[in-house]
Ligand binder design. Sequence first.
Ligand code: ASP
Length: 343
Amino acid sequence: MPGGEKRKEATVSTYIPPAQRREKSPHLPFGDMRQTPFYGKDIISVSQFDAAGLEYVFGVAEEMRSMVEHVGTFDLLKGKILANLFYEPSTRTSSSFMAAMQRLGGSVIPINEVRYSSVAKGESLPDTVRTLESYADVIVIRHPEVGAAAIAAQYCRKPIINAGDGVGEHPTQALLDLFTIREELGRTDNLTVTMLGDLKYGRTVHSLSRLLSLFKTRVHCVSPDILRMPPDLVAELKARGMPIQEHAMLDAVLPETDVLYVTRVQKERFEDPAAYESVKGAFVITPETMQSAKNQMVVMHPLPRVGEIAMELDDDPRAAYFRQMEYGLYTRMALLAMVLGKA
Ligand code: ASP
């Protein structure tokens, strides 16, 4: 076949075996001091973090908070580019990563509507991340399938940050949730955390409960029967020694709760619309509900809320869900700086 030899040669010379691609060893300019623990790493699951790793993230997040409060925007990541690849809807996660990169002096390629990108032409996830790694220094990805971020990471030499993989994990949300608890209550130990709502499909509670298992924390899971925490996750948490109990009602556990973590019923994950209708309004937190709660506690929600928390609660000092978004900015600034070797 004419030209066959040439084509073959070109293919071989440009092919990088997956094992080699997986080695995230960016070339360090001479004299570069970027020997930090998270440099070049992917952030795929909360299981990558131990208590020391979390303290590291939170220490950097606190520095980011102080810098934003004092100077607003600064040049730590000047010249760096983030690709924000979202295959599922997002408001907070995508815009907070964009804001985080911009506050650090970097810039962003936003791909929030994959239906207008080559994904809509049938491009595979590996090809899309290989494209973006040619342009960007770090890729944030949200995808409807469990494990998609891990697959993307296998094909990408640049750090991949999981911004939610279906009903799997949402590690950056869990990190910001724990940072919120730490900042609001002053500790992450000796707490009673009550998770409420859709514990089956809610990926944020899957990640947060795993992180909480690193501390002395009691967890109550309150949900309709069809939305209970996945049994294998409950078993995993119990095996790690976490006191975790499941309940159908909130009343009995609210008075001892330090963190009430409310979640949205994840309509988009239901196969049967009637099943969604049967549980969508199962729990609504109102000022009346909160009468039996402690004075020193917080109500959190990853947002968006679709009726689980009445707006009348927003002025209650215990309502921490809007502050939680701000902690998310600092946490995501910290993570970007860390994987790019600047913190
Ligand atoms: N924003 C969160 C997530 O992406 C929570 C939610 O959508 O209900 O998982």
